[in-house]
Design a protein around this ligand. Sequence first.
Ligand SMILES: [Zn+2]
Length: 308
Amino acid sequence: MRTAIGIDVGGTKIKAVCASEKGEVLKRVAELTPSNNVNEKLVSILKGLVSPDVTGICFGVAGVIDRKRGVVLESPNIPGINNMPIKEIFEKEFSLPVIVENDANAYAYGEKWVGTGKGFENFVAITLGTGLGSGLIYKGRLFQGAMEAGHMVVEPHGRFCTCGSFGCLESYVSGRAVVDRAVTLLEEGANSMLREYQNGNFYKITPEVIYKSAFDGDTLSRDIFREAGTYLGIGIANLINLFSPEAVILGGGLIGAWDLFIEELKTEVSKRALEPLAENVEILKTTFYEDGGSIGAAGLVFHLAGEK
Ligand SMILES: [Zn+2]
């Protein structure tokens, strides 16, 4: 049986799967991303997954990708991987074809291959993690461009973004954004359950803590997610006006907060997207728990091999 390895290299975790051509996951591994020697960690994970059935390896990495050379040109969350010749190193190490793709693009392909996007030919997938990633499936195929919707400006004089610009969608809607917002409001003296977190050390708050407090009724936490929903709605309205997708699929580590932002998101979409386009788009929640990016990367090994 032909298999492929997909490896999602994130700022916090490295998640890898070995999958069949039908998209069944045969093996999975998840480990924390080390602060240095990422390369060695990747080799040891891959050694545990490689077998004679494996036909190729695809890396999904956050950042701008040079696909031809298989290099990540700029990865804000994993500086250790910047300019590393991934394709060259791993093709030599494992004698297998290696593909390097953006992590959110790989995730979008995962949705198309075996996820919520299976029945659609045109959709945008958005992944809410530490940052905000996005990918586009157009006419059933992955658009292999930047598709960095996280750096779409939604507020011209808005918050500073890690990319160097101001008012990017990611500065309002991402794990990092909700934590920054909570810390700022707490520093200003806002009243919240979050204040008691870790004996008052609210600098250690995580996005999960904020959405759990919101579900427990904390007003400040609820407001933070409502505001994120409004901005995400603005971003999605722009994407709908550009691409007229059949669906927008949302996933990633923050998707558990869906009920906290979806109402504001949909209100904003109906206010801002062109009516005939907004009426025909479905906004859907992923069914992947954590593996969407790595499964999609494995799928790209089969998909791109078929296109050559
Ligand atoms: Zn930005």
